[in-house]
Design a protein around this ligand. Structure first.
Ligand SMILES: *Cc1c(COP(=O)(O)O)cnc(C)c1O
Length: 343
């Protein structure tokens, strides 16, 4: 199929509706068979569960073209599983994992012309989500739900190379112990908005959230997990906590570090007061893969990583190159990591 005439490399990370999306409905205790639709609008009760009590969860993935011209999605099985975990936590009926994968394939196929070509740096962002659609006024789970998948082409995350960012230690909390920090739910993002708006106002790119109970341990940012590299370059350290969202990118980087780069990996609680002793720091998520962090500011006290503010540190650069090489088909992937979609 002819690709759309889009200037792929100048696209930003914004919503640009395409022709086709998928929708399925849950009613009377069962999911219907679902269908593709060209209608990007949703009509629902003014009292829908999602509108009144924020009963909604989502996922984020990318489809893109590999060096040898295949259209692939990176490890969507992990997103399918996480989506199920998220739904269950908010008392929503899980959307079957095999149907999650199939719906993604169908939407990518229906929007084939929007999958950016190899080398453009752009990708087709995939957004599956589910929400309570029936009326709810007394607080309880909705009875009816809608599951949808849309896609939108997005440009390269870093135009002209990834520059290290400056983040601050945040006085707001992202997630409570035993709360919902480990699921991908809109509610976690709603409450992070005040923190990110005030960070930007004060000149920081992102927030580092600490554990809400003791403010001693590193959690994550609003939408990315942390990785740290030790001074001798031998070890990747990444925070462990029940209130961190399990990033697919971070879990993949742990494998890359160990299996491809021969590094040690420590997935453990990380005290904030150890952070100054690391050589490199990065944020990982689907959108950017890794954003290097050059500086962390804790109420006026600065941690400046030896990797500096000009470019990624050497180990994070290697991790980045290897993972993006795996994704793009220039480095041999572990079994099952690239999910090919055939027209
Ligand atoms: C989505 C998300 C991430 C990144 O996860 P990936 O699966 O790597 O995209 C990290 N933290 C939070 C809070 C998220 O919502």
């Amino acid at each position: 199929m002819e690709k759309k005439n889009i200037d792929w490399s100048s696209l930003d990370f914004g919503y640009r509706p395409t022709e086709a999306r998928y929708v399925a409905n849950y009613k009377n205790g069962a999911w219907d068979e679902g269908e593709m639709t060209d209608n990007s609008m949703i009509t629902m009760s003014e009292c829908a569960g999602v509108l009144q009590y924020a009963q909604t969860v989502f996922e984020g993935m990318k489809a893109y073209t590999t060096v040898d011209g295949r259209t692939v999605v990176f490890r969507p099985d992990l997103n399918a599983k996480r989506f199920e975990d998220s739904a269950k936590t908010l008392e929503m009926p899980p959307f079957p994992q095999d149907r999650f994968i199939k719906s993604i394939e169908d939407v990518v196929r229906a929007n084939w012309a929007y999958v950016p070509p190899y080398g453009s740096g752009a990708t087709l962002y995939i957004r599956p989500y589910m929400f309570g659609i029936s009326p709810v006024i007394g607080v309880k789970p909705a009875e009816e739900y809608q599951y949808r998948v849309f896609v939108t082409p997005v440009g390269p995350y870093f135009k002209g190379g990834a520059k290290p960012i400056t983040i601050r230690v945040c006085d707001y909390d992202r997630a409570a112990p035993h709360g919902t920090g480990m699921i991908k739910a809109g509610l976690n993002y709603a409450m992070s908005l005040r923190a990110i708006v005030s960070a930007h106002k004060e000149g920081y790119d992102e927030n580092m959230f600490l554990d809400a109970a003791t403010r001693t341990y590193v959690e994550e940012t609003g939408g990315a997990n942390f990785i740290f590299i030790t001074k001798d370059g031998s070890t990747l350290v990444t925070p462990k906590s029940d209130s961190i969202l399990p990033s697919v990118t971070r879990r993949s980087l742990m494998v890359v570090a160990e299996k491809y780069l021969g590094m040690k990996v420590e997935h453990r609680k990380v005290r904030f007061d150890e952070v100054k002793d690391f050589a490199e720091c990065g944020l990982c998520g689907t959108a950017a893969v890794i954003s290097p962090v050059g500086r962390i500011v804790d109420h006026g006290k600065e941690i400046n990583f030896p990797s500096g503010m000009e470019k990624m540190g050497p180990v994070i650069q290697k991790l980045y190159d290897t993972l993006t090489g795996i994704q793009m088909g220039t480095v041999e992937p572990p079994e099952g990591w690239l999910h090919e979609i055939k027209m």
